[in-house]
Design a protein around this ligand. Sequence first.
Ligand code: C5P
Length: 136
Amino acid sequence: MTAQRPILLVAACALVDADGRVLLAQRPEGKALAGLWEFPGGKVETGESPEETVVRELKEELGIVTREPCLAPLTFASHAYENFHLLMPLFVCRKFEGTPRSLEGQQLKWVRARAMRDYPMPPADEPLIPFLIDLL
Ligand code: C5P
Protein backbone atom coordinates (compact mmCIF):
# COMPACT_ATOMS: atom_id res chain seq x y z
CA MET A 1 0.00 0.00 0.00
CA THR A 2 1.24 3.52 -0.68
CA ALA A 3 1.70 6.04 2.13
CA GLN A 4 -1.41 7.95 3.15
CA ARG A 5 -1.01 11.63 2.49
CA PRO A 6 -3.62 14.30 3.12
CA ILE A 7 -4.81 16.15 0.04
CA LEU A 8 -3.87 19.83 0.03
CA LEU A 9 -6.02 21.99 -2.20
CA VAL A 10 -4.20 25.05 -3.58
CA ALA A 11 -5.66 27.25 -6.32
CA ALA A 12 -3.31 28.98 -8.76
CA CYS A 13 -3.62 31.42 -11.60
CA ALA A 14 -1.71 32.16 -14.79
CA LEU A 15 -2.14 35.91 -15.24
CA VAL A 16 -1.67 36.79 -18.89
CA ASP A 17 -0.81 40.30 -20.09
CA ALA A 18 -1.66 42.00 -23.38
CA ASP A 19 1.57 40.62 -24.95
CA GLY A 20 0.67 37.04 -24.00
CA ARG A 21 3.24 36.81 -21.22
CA VAL A 22 2.56 34.98 -17.95
CA LEU A 23 3.31 36.32 -14.48
CA LEU A 24 5.59 34.18 -12.33
CA ALA A 25 6.28 34.89 -8.67
CA GLN A 26 9.39 33.72 -6.86
CA ARG A 27 8.73 32.05 -3.53
CA PRO A 28 10.42 34.16 -0.83
CA GLU A 29 13.09 33.05 1.62
CA GLY A 30 11.67 31.28 4.66
CA LYS A 31 8.87 29.55 2.74
CA ALA A 32 8.94 25.96 1.53
CA LEU A 33 10.48 25.74 -1.96
CA ALA A 34 12.06 29.20 -1.53
CA GLY A 35 13.57 30.62 -4.70
CA LEU A 36 11.39 28.62 -7.08
CA TRP A 37 9.07 30.40 -9.51
CA GLU A 38 5.37 29.64 -9.33
CA PHE A 39 1.96 30.71 -10.48
CA PRO A 40 0.42 33.08 -7.91
CA GLY A 41 -2.19 31.48 -5.69
CA GLY A 42 -2.56 29.80 -2.35
CA LYS A 43 -4.39 27.38 -0.11
CA VAL A 44 -8.16 27.11 -0.47
CA GLU A 45 -9.51 28.09 2.95
CA THR A 46 -12.48 26.35 4.55
CA GLY A 47 -15.71 27.53 2.95
CA GLU A 48 -13.97 29.05 -0.09
CA SER A 49 -14.29 27.99 -3.69
CA PRO A 50 -11.02 27.78 -5.66
CA GLU A 51 -12.16 30.80 -7.67
CA GLU A 52 -12.70 32.82 -4.48
CA THR A 53 -9.23 31.80 -3.33
CA VAL A 54 -7.64 33.07 -6.54
CA VAL A 55 -9.51 36.40 -6.39
CA ARG A 56 -8.43 36.83 -2.74
CA GLU A 57 -4.81 35.78 -3.26
CA LEU A 58 -4.33 38.03 -6.30
CA LYS A 59 -5.49 40.95 -4.18
CA GLU A 60 -3.36 40.02 -1.15
CA GLU A 61 -0.17 39.08 -3.02
CA LEU A 62 -0.26 41.39 -6.04
CA GLY A 63 -2.76 44.15 -5.29
CA ILE A 64 -4.84 43.46 -8.38
CA VAL A 65 -8.58 43.02 -8.64
CA THR A 66 -10.31 40.43 -10.75
CA ARG A 67 -13.66 38.64 -10.62
CA GLU A 68 -14.70 35.02 -10.86
CA PRO A 69 -16.10 35.30 -14.45
CA CYS A 70 -12.60 36.42 -15.55
CA LEU A 71 -11.08 33.10 -14.41
CA ALA A 72 -11.02 30.31 -16.97
CA PRO A 73 -10.05 26.81 -15.80
CA LEU A 74 -7.07 25.55 -17.82
CA THR A 75 -5.74 22.39 -16.18
CA PHE A 76 -4.63 21.08 -12.80
CA ALA A 77 -1.59 19.75 -11.00
CA SER A 78 -1.69 16.53 -9.00
CA HIS A 79 1.60 15.90 -7.28
CA ALA A 80 2.73 13.76 -4.36
CA TYR A 81 4.97 15.80 -2.06
CA GLU A 82 6.52 14.00 0.88
CA ASN A 83 3.91 14.97 3.49
CA PHE A 84 0.86 15.77 1.40
CA HIS A 85 -0.62 15.32 -2.03
CA LEU A 86 -1.10 18.62 -3.82
CA LEU A 87 -4.18 19.10 -5.95
CA MET A 88 -3.96 22.45 -7.69
CA PRO A 89 -6.44 23.78 -10.26
CA LEU A 90 -4.83 26.32 -12.57
CA PHE A 91 -6.95 29.17 -13.90
CA VAL A 92 -6.07 31.66 -16.62
CA CYS A 93 -6.91 35.32 -16.11
CA ARG A 94 -6.49 37.97 -18.80
CA LYS A 95 -8.79 40.59 -17.33
CA PHE A 96 -7.79 42.34 -14.12
CA GLU A 97 -7.56 45.85 -12.73
CA GLY A 98 -4.28 47.30 -11.55
CA THR A 99 -0.63 46.46 -12.15
CA PRO A 100 0.71 43.48 -10.21
CA ARG A 101 3.20 44.55 -7.58
CA SER A 102 5.06 42.62 -4.96
CA LEU A 103 3.17 42.93 -1.68
CA GLU A 104 4.75 39.94 0.06
CA GLY A 105 8.42 40.42 -0.82
CA GLN A 106 8.32 38.10 -3.80
CA GLN A 107 10.10 38.83 -7.10
CA LEU A 108 7.74 39.04 -10.04
CA LYS A 109 8.45 38.43 -13.70
CA TRP A 110 6.36 38.47 -16.89
CA VAL A 111 7.60 35.50 -18.90
CA ARG A 112 6.75 34.06 -22.32
CA ALA A 113 5.33 30.55 -21.98
CA ARG A 114 8.22 29.14 -24.02
CA ALA A 115 10.75 30.78 -21.67
CA MET A 116 9.18 29.38 -18.52
CA ARG A 117 11.55 26.41 -18.53
CA ASP A 118 14.36 28.89 -17.74
CA TYR A 119 12.74 29.55 -14.37
CA PRO A 120 13.03 26.69 -11.87
CA MET A 121 9.54 25.83 -10.65
CA PRO A 122 8.11 23.54 -7.94
CA PRO A 123 7.77 20.00 -9.29
CA ALA A 124 3.96 20.31 -9.22
CA ASP A 125 4.00 23.38 -11.48
CA GLU A 126 6.40 22.20 -14.18
CA PRO A 127 3.96 19.82 -15.95
CA LEU A 128 1.59 22.78 -16.42
CA ILE A 129 3.97 24.65 -18.77
CA PRO A 130 2.97 22.78 -21.98
CA PHE A 131 -0.67 23.75 -21.44
CA LEU A 132 0.33 27.42 -21.41
CA ILE A 133 2.55 26.99 -24.47
CA ASP A 134 -0.42 25.45 -26.31
CA LEU A 135 -2.75 28.20 -25.16
CA LEU A 136 -0.47 31.14 -25.85
O1 C5P B 1 1.95 28.77 -1.05
P1 C5P B 1 1.80 27.80 0.07
O2 C5P B 1 3.08 27.60 0.85
O3 C5P B 1 0.62 28.08 0.93
O4 C5P B 1 1.49 26.41 -0.65
C1 C5P B 1 1.46 25.19 0.06
C2 C5P B 1 2.32 24.16 -0.64
O5 C5P B 1 1.79 23.87 -1.94
C3 C5P B 1 3.75 24.61 -0.88
O6 C5P B 1 4.56 24.30 0.20
C4 C5P B 1 4.13 23.84 -2.11
O7 C5P B 1 4.61 22.57 -1.73
C5 C5P B 1 2.85 23.65 -2.86
N1 C5P B 1 2.71 24.58 -4.00
C6 C5P B 1 3.21 24.22 -5.25
N2 C5P B 1 3.06 25.07 -6.32
C7 C5P B 1 2.43 26.26 -6.15
C8 C5P B 1 1.92 26.64 -4.89
C9 C5P B 1 2.06 25.76 -3.83
O8 C5P B 1 3.79 23.15 -5.41
N3 C5P B 1 2.28 27.06 -7.21
